[in-house]
Design a protein around this ligand. Sequence first.
Ligand code: AMP
Length: 210
Amino acid sequence: MESIVLFGPAGAGKGTQAQRIMDSTGLPQVSTGDMLRAAVSAGTPTGVEAKKYMDAGQLVPDDVIIALIKDRIQEADAVNGVMFDGFPRTIPQAEALANITEVSHVIAIEVPDERIVERICGRFTCSECGAVYHDKFNPTTVEGMCDTCGSEEFKRRADDNADTVMSRLSAYHEQTSPLAEWYQSIGIFHIINGDREIDLITEDILSALK
Ligand code: AMP
């Protein structure tokens, strides 16, 4: 079993591209952010512990994340590998991952810091199917209606605000960026320019995965 890692700061477009890669490769998306948000909504002990870090734009402790991933990877749909989105984010997480499953490609989506804030602050998702949109850069075709499933219910993330974005960016530069070198040294790191049209980015990712 071989897995893919989607790597990049918040707002780089990992979620948008994950949906497209999933359609093309059949690998299920494993987003630690989505798993944590589900735990917060359900009020589980993990959710209660994670919420204070998430609200502050800080990373949730490694042991919490690694336990989540160990459980998730046991599920039946993960048997042929998965696509990790937002994991690993620290060296200890990457080391734990190396002991759990083989990673064949790390797709690093790069977007300059100054573009991140505007990208994050306008984003929203369909409550029904999870399709990702942006007020300015990727609006729905018909206002108020999801292009994919027709739902009229949308949600915005509590941590998608200008204050938290700055903390999330610092966490990325301090704790997550060092991983790039780690993956580069094993030769599976593909840098993709994420500051372009969505379809062009998808094309580059799919050719890197071939
Ligand atoms: P994301 O949806 O990937 O932007 O994650 C939202 C928030 O969840 C982050 O700001 C962190 O607080 C937390 N989080 C998600 N994934 C991880 C991870 N792999 N390690 C630590 N914290 C995480």
